[in-house]
Ligand binder design. Structure first.
Ligand code: URA
Length: 263
């Protein structure tokens, strides 16, 4: 649940990244901010999440490089002790109009240090191809930057990140969104949607509509790994309809053949 305090910290960080250095506040706001500060000093309630603040005059590439270096040793995630050590950041085009956000790296992603390169990633690459896009046309990232830990004998097994793991990594993906400013985001699966949209709802309740994260339109669809488990034509068509909505939003040409895939 987003608290007022978290929202305030996120908005102030956003303004600071936009170049704001001073902010006039009225007496009420000043006394609330003062109370939060004193409460934190007294060891009161949990402090709001740390935000990686990039300088406003950096290029997008510089901002992402800065965020990548912050992420590698991201204390809120490391502190949990439930995520593996290797950090997997993002791949693709920093100037992309389309950003795809998944859950967390799996075995193959951790090995190659790149998101979506395992079996689900190969399917994602094929879906992009059907849209007329290559991986290098889009920006691909995850809400959680570390593969969730499952014990000494984890092998190739993966698990979804839990709510604490998602919350710890969330400031990083939100800062990536602010740096890239895509025309739209696709959340692949419920972990991405829960993180970016601050909701408990699942994919079935969220898909088929435009939602919003930090002012950017968001579409939620199935995670490609769901389609690997359930390759019913109806599931493939449902994901494809979400992608058609994205193509339309981006003003991409849609052929009759594309319109009819998986019908
Ligand atoms: N699943 C995800 O959600 N992300 C990856 O990077 C790989 C698989």
């Amino acid at each position: 649940m987003t608290t007022l305090k978290q929202l305030a910290v996120e908005s102030l960080t956003h303004m600071a990244e936009g170049g704001l250095q001073r902010l006039a506040v009225d007496d009420d706001a000043r006394s609330i901010l003062r109370e939060w500060m004193l409460s934190a000093r007294r060891g009161g309630d949990a402090p709001p999440p740390v935000q990686p603040a990039v300088a406003p005059d950096m290029s997008v590439e510089e901002k992402l490089e800065y965020l990548r270096s912050k992420a590698a040793n991201w204390k809120p995630a490391k502190r949990l002790g439930t995520l593996r050590d290797s950090m997997v950041f993002a791949a693709g085009n920093p100037h992309a109009r389309l950003m795809l956000v998944g859950e967390a790296p799996g075995y193959e992603e951790e090995r190659q240090r790149e998101p979506f390169v395992g079996p689900a990633g190969q399917l994602l690459t094929r879906i992009l191809g059907a849209m007329g896009l290559q991986r290098s046309d889009v920006y691909i990232s995850n809400v959680c930057k570390f593969r969730p830990y499952m014990g000494e004998n984890q092998g190739t097994a993966n698990r979804p990140p839990n709510p604490e793991e998602l919350a710890a990594c969330l400031p990083l993906i939100k800062a990536e969104i602010r740096a890239i400013q895509p025309a739209c985001i696709v959340c692949l699966g419920s972990s991405a949607a829960r993180g970016l949209l601050d909701t408990q709802q699942g994919v079935n309740a969220l898909r088929g509509q435009w939602l919003e994260c930090q002012g950017v339109p968001v579409r939620v669809t199935y995670h490609p790994s769901y389609l690997l488990r359930n390759d019913a034509r109806s599931a493939r068509r449902a994901l494809w309809e979400d992608m058609l909505a994205v193509m339309q939003h981006l003003g991409m040409p849609i052929s009759e053949k594309q319109q009819n895939y998986f019908r």
